[in-house]
Design a protein around this ligand. Structure first.
Ligand SMILES: Cc1ncc(COP(=O)(O)O)c(C=O)c1O
Length: 372
């Protein structure tokens, strides 16, 4: 007998344009040492040996048949000590990646029908969370998308006109790579005291101010800062991140978050990673140097423009036909980059995650063949 499953999507869900994930072809060739996965801003470095050993030992000696420890084995305390020493345990909460943090922030603070303002272009997954909650995404499109810091007053005016429940900023911005100074953030935070200002610091460690803006939390109760282990700390596969915010925001987040959602192994890996910060800092330094090399080399091609970046990625612009050629050559060499042409106004743009120096050299060598 045929079983017929009847289901009806909530109307807001049926209209959602899903977040466009990257191609998964790299996984098919991941045992090839030459594969270069430069499409999702992951770290090019393997996880530190200390993290590997800790995980193996943990698996043999601890109960993975139990749900995760709700105190995160003290990870929150360690994070505060290292990255936000004047904050307390009431100002931090772990999530299974910044994606989960953003989802919970939207669930808790975006009532249906309210407006959510963001600086365009932005991280598109966030849009999806807002639409699920029936919020209205209101993008402010700067006249110069590369340095919106010059028009922060116009952005604020736009936000005030829309009376938003949330303003979402990414600092440094993905995919452009610019950095907003604290003075700009403060202007936004002060102009909208009834609005939750979310600052997503996924790439902060690669910026000129790696400590980020957490000190603003001492003055502003309407600010939430999202951090992740996925980028500089190299744990994208584990799915772990945290939010720093005023205790009222954290209390609200604890109501909507599933307390057992961060896995035991992710917590174990994160604890070992922050004990390996010496090694990780060297990796970050290498990425920053390679970023400079890559931008400089890319800009030697007259057909290409590469933009300065404070993240672990470089935004590149060229003609659409040339992109096709470049992508073809990259893919047959197992190099995967992020095409951004699905983003409105970004035809001809693609983004290269900064990998190792060797990967940057290969990219330039291939471009020399394509563009000669
Ligand atoms: C701006 C931004 N926020 C959040 C994320 C997702 O972070 P996580 O892996 O911690 O969920 C990304 C991933 O690319 C991102 O670019």
């Amino acid at each position: 007998m045929d079983t017929k499953i009847c289901f009806e999507l909530k109307s807001q869900v049926s209209h959602i344009e899903p977040y466009k994930a990257v191609s998964q072809k790299a996984w098919k060739v991941c045992s090839d040492r030459e594969v270069m996965k430069l499409d999702w801003n992951e770290s090019p470095f393997p996880i530190p040996d200390r993290v590997k050993h800790r995980l193996v030992s943990f698996i043999y000696n601890n109960p993975l048949n139990w749900y995760p420890p709700l105190d995160g084995f003290g990870l929150n305390r360690d994070l505060l000590e290292l990255f936000a020493p004047t904050l307390t345990l009431d100002n931090i909460e772990l999530f299974s990646g910044s994606d989960a943090t953003l989802e919970s922030l939207v669930r808790a603070f975006c009532p249906p029908g309210s407006n959510v303002v963001l600086l365009y272009p932005s991280y598109d997954n966030f849009r999806v969370y807002v639409e699920i909650e029936r919020g209205n995404v209101m993008p402010y499109i700067p006249s110069n998308i590369f340095s919106p810091g010059n028009e922060i007053d116009d952005f604020i005016e736009f936000a005030l006109d829309h009376d938003p429940s949330i303003v979402y900023l990414i600092n440094p911005n993905n995919p452009i790579g610019y950095f907003l100074e604290d003075s700009d953030l403060v202007k936004v935070i002060e102009a909208l005291p009834q609005t939750l200002i979310v600052v997503d610091e996924a790439y902060i460690e690669f910026s000129s101010r790696p400590a980020g803006s957490w000190e603003l939390l001492e003055r502003y109760p309407n600010l939430a800062i999202c951090r992740t282990f996925s980028k500089a700390l190299g744990l994208a596969g584990f799915r772990i991140g945290y939010v720093l915010a005023n205790e009222k925001i954290i209390t609200a987040l604890r109501k909507v978050k599933n307390p057992k959602s961060v896995s035991t192994l992710s917590i174990t890996a994160a604890k070992a990673a922050i004990e390996s910060l010496d090694e990780i800092s060297l990796n970050i330094e290498q990425i920053k140097q390679t970023r400079q090399y890559l931008i400089k080399q890319l800009n030697t091609f007259s057909e290409i423009r590469a933009y300065t970046s404070e993240g672990n990625f470089v935004l590149v612009n060229t003609e659409e036909q040339i992109i096709e050629q470049i992508r073809y050559e990259f893919e047959i060499n197992n190099i995967y980059t992020r095409d951004l042409s699905h983003i409105q106004g970004m035809n001809g743009f693609f983004r290269i995650t900064v990998g190792t120096r060797r990967s940057a050299e290969r990219i330039i060598a291939i471009l020399r063949q394509v563009l000669r």
